[in-house]
Design a protein around this ligand. Structure first.
Ligand code: FAD
Length: 466
């Protein structure tokens, strides 16, 4: 597809219709040229900071009529290059659309503009005794529109689900500027195709989300955190599985940190983490409204951990709780600080995690690769970082795609998939055919063509070239 450049004439047209601000100075474009994906930078020609859905609609009409690529952008915390304007054109930033429009206590929903920062929403609903459960290290910058477009997951998905479970409706702008509304303040809705769910995880390729209706739950009154060390990963993963089957307890988070990831945090933050001599740690969070029964659940989890081989279990004080979760949230950055890296975000049926971990340990050893993994064990979502270390540049550049492809084939053979929460974006699209069959891929491409016939919305993302 041959796109047009953003001419003076187009800038003038955009300025005429947009109530928000417009940026064209190169120095001010820089923050919009990258996200949190390592070493990727492409400058947009113009950034539009829309102030309303109408702004977005007007800009899309101009872009569609003039064949200009448009990349929607939230907080720019994505890890797959999704918000990077690889083909230039317009970056449409939702940062100014940052209002919480309604906290509806009767229907347990919030209606928000797409640029509301996740942590801000959490803080505001907490004042009303409510809880928006998505939790992740980037919550201080990531925005609800970006969370929906990437189907954010995070640490509490095991109990509360991911963004697809929490997004009930949207207002969105199509590539041709038309405004649509999907879903509503409804838990049940079987009226036609579920367009809300089609937008969740669509990575800015189908429409620009301008507002959302998200589900809230009552804020749990009590919370407990446990840390259980293990001498081998097999026992650790088996232990995590048995919380559900043996314990009848439903933790809100079951996180896994391998020893190398712990050592990385210690080095990165200059701190000591308990049980750093063990092969892996399970960080378990429980919540509830009845303190006595919560403490009984803590006991049950502790007993299971001990019976599955943990030499000890730490029940954290509130100060320690904060420390342990800070450690968990630092793992990604700490591991990445060790070396040039490529981060993978695989998802597996929980029951297959143990088999995968055994496979990846052997694979890394056989192929002389430095791999560090950790992640959301309760959701079957592991982050695997392949680190370059002292691998020669030539091998890194030439062999890495093949190495990753082999790992992904194994993941798929175990019933898993190649991205659990970071999305395909730019970084993973070459691998998509490993996870998606030909017929399904063609269906997806035809959905894209139907929503965006001129392919102006976040082009060059998700789909590999034919
Ligand atoms: C330290 C750290 C920890 C993280 N931990 C987690 C984690 O635990 N779980 C997890 O899921 N992710 C995690 N992430 C990844 C990232 O924070 C999420 O993908 C987040 O949901 C992205 O939100 P954002 O607003 O920054 O989106 P952006 O990066 O701005 O955009 C992401 C994608 O969504 C599209 N998009 C953005 N806004 C809109 C919109 N309004 N309409 C349509 N499309 C839009 C963009 O075009 C892009 O394709 C982490 C990232 C970092 C840096």
């Amino acid at each position: 597809m041959a796109y047009n450049k953003v001419s003076e004439e187009i800038i003038r047209k955009i300025r005429n219709v947009v109530g928000g601000s417009v940026v064209i100075e190169k120095s001010e474009l820089e923050p919009y040229s990258h996200d949190e994906t390592e070493n990727l930078k492409f400058y947009p020609e113009i950034v539009v900071k829309s102030a309303s859905t109408n702004d977005v609609s007007q800009v899309m009409k101009i872009a569609n009529d003039n064949l200009i690529p448009v990349t929607p952008r939230g907080g720019g915390t994505g890890l797959s290059g999704g918000a990077i304007p690889v083909l230039g054109g317009v970056v449409l930033s939702l940062e100014r659309m940052n209002h919480i429009l309604e906290i509806d206590k009767e229907n347990l929903v919030a209606v928000v503009e797409a640029g509301v920062i996740l942590e801000h929403l959490q803080n505001e609903v907490a004042k009303e005794g409510l809880f928006f459960p998505i939790d992740m290290g980037s919550k201080g910058s990531a925005m609800i529109g970006g969370n929906i477009a990437s189907c954010a997951g995070g640490t509490r998905a095991v109990k509360y689900g991911v963004m697809k479970d929490l997004c009930l409706g949207t207002e969105a702008v199509l590539a041709n500027g038309e405004i649509i509304k999907t879903g509503g303040k409804l838990l049940k809705n079987v009226t036609g195709y579920n367009l809300t769910q089609l937008l969740v995880g669509s990575e800015g390729t189908l429409a620009i989300i301008t507002k959302a209706i998200v589900r809230l739950v009552p804020l749990p009154l009590y919370r407990r955190t446990l840390l259980a060390p293990f001498d081998n990963i097999k026992s650790l993963t088996e232990c995590a599985l048995s919380f559900f089957s043996r314990g009848g307890v439903f933790p809100r988070a079951i996180e896994f940190m391998s020893q190398p990831s712990i050592l990385a945090v210690e080095k990165y933050k200059n701190i000591n983490v308990p049980y750093n001599d063990k092969k892996g740690l399970l960080l378990i969070d429980l919540d509830g409204n009845d303190e006595l029964s919560l403490d009984r659940e803590v006991e049950k989890i502790g007993e299971i951990c001990l019976s599955k081989g943990a030499p000890d279990v730490l029940v954290a004080s509130s100060e320690k709780q904060k420390f342990l979760w800070e450690v968990r949230h630092q793992v990604a950055e700490a591991v990445k600080s060790l070396s040039v890296y490529k981060e993978e975000d695989i998802a597996l049926p929980r029951s297959k995690i143990c088999e995968f971990v055994e496979y990846i340990d052997k694979f890394c050893e056989d192929n002389k690769i430095w791999g560090i993994y950790y992640g959301h064990l309760g959701d079957g979502n592991l982050h695997l970082n392949i680190l370059k270390g002292d691998m020669p540049d030539k091998r890194w550049e030439k062999e890495l795609p093949h190495i990753i492809g082999e790992i992904f084939k194994k993941v798929v053979s175990l019933g898993g998939t190649i991205s659990g929460e970071h999305g395909i974006g730019l970084m993973q699209k070459r691998y998509l055919p490993i996870a998606i069959g030909k017929v399904e891929m063609e269906l997806m491409r035809s959905i894209k063509r139907c929503w965006d016939p001129n392919n102006i919305l976040n082009p060059d993302k998700i789909f590999p070239a034919y």
